[in-house]
Write a protein that binds this ligand. Structure first.
Ligand SMILES: O=C(O)C[C@@H](O)[C@H](O)C(=O)CO
Length: 271
């Protein structure tokens, strides 16, 4: 069984709130990244008291109200499906704060966590604040929606990004890694992938491997699955006929995304 691939759960945790994924330092090898995906029926509420963790709440689909009991953001969220291919709204909440999420209709919400000590203001990261990038050429084209990039100082550790890869294309490719705390050459960032496919019976392949191959797993990833990337290169290949979406959360000792391409495959960039 893969240690890195997680299938969605369907665990009702409170009335109308279903836990789909729950990645913590207790049930994974990750120290810097935590992740929950929750589904809420209309009117359902989810509350949480954050300890020494910051949280980015992403309205993946549907509309939600978010409050830290001081400031509230109402009816945020911009899409019914991630495959509308437009940015959504998110809220950053700092460590030692509490928050409440209330679903305005059916909603899927990502909770992205990282350890944090220094309090920062609660902040709405509106869809309009997401920068959109088109990366790559040939069959390596993908569209990136930056929710919390390293250029945005709203968080202490968290980096959050959404990526669309079209049918027959590759992303996180040529393979790159960020598993050495050795700036300015490379940063150490753990990473999680939450995947969706359109149409939803689709699948993608994701390989996670290190130079010495002490880790080398190639996974068939299906709709709503997660892949955990503690270290290593982590390319994604998308079969003909399917579009891939994934939500990445990254965090590590420095809030800098400085990756290192696999030297065996870097030539692809230089053609
Ligand atoms: O293919 C891309 O450009 C997206 C990836 O960079 C993805 O966000 C990632 O692997 C981050 O390390």
């Amino acid at each position: 069984m893969s240690k890195l691939l997680r299938k969605p759960e369907q665990k009702e945790i409170t009335a109308g709130v279903t836990l789909v994924h729950d990645v913590t330092s207790n049930n994974s090898t990750l120290e810097y990244v935590g992740f929950k995906m929750i589904d809420l029926v209309s009117g359902a509420k989810y509350t949480e008291q954050l300890g020494k963790q910051e949280c980015c709440i992403v309205a993946v689909t549907g509309k939600i109200n978010v409050s830290d009991y001081n400031v509230s953001f109402n009816s945020i969220g911009t899409r019914e499906s991630v495959f509308e291919k437009k940015p959504t709204d998110s809220v950053y909440v700092s460590n030692d704060q509490s928050f409440e999420i209330e679903a305005v209709g059916q909603a899927r919400v990502a909770l992205c966590y990282s350890p944090s000590n220094k309090q920062l203001p609660t902040k709405l990261i509106s869809a309009a604040d997401n920068s959109v990038e088109h990366r790559g050429t040939g069959n390596n084209q993908r569209m990136v929606q930056n929710i919390l990039p390293d250029s945005d100082p709203s968080a202490n550790s968290l980096l959050v990004v959404e990526v669309y890869t079209e049918s027959g294309n590759w992303s996180s490719y040529p393979p790159h890694k960020h598993d050495q705390d050795h700036l300015p050459e490379e940063s150490f960032l753990e990473e999680t992938y939450y995947h969706e496919m359109n149409p939803k019976q689709g699948f993608v392949f994701q390989r996670v491997y290190t130079d010495d191959r002490s880790l080398d797993e190639t996974m068939t990833v299906e709709n709503s699955d997660m892949v955990i990337v503690p270290v290593g290169y982590h390319p994604v290949g998308v079969p003909e006929g399917y579009t891939s979406y994934y939500l990445n959360v990254m965090a590590g000792p420095s809030r800098v995304w400085k990756f290192h391409n696999d030297p065996d495959h870097e030539w692809i960039l230089k053609r």
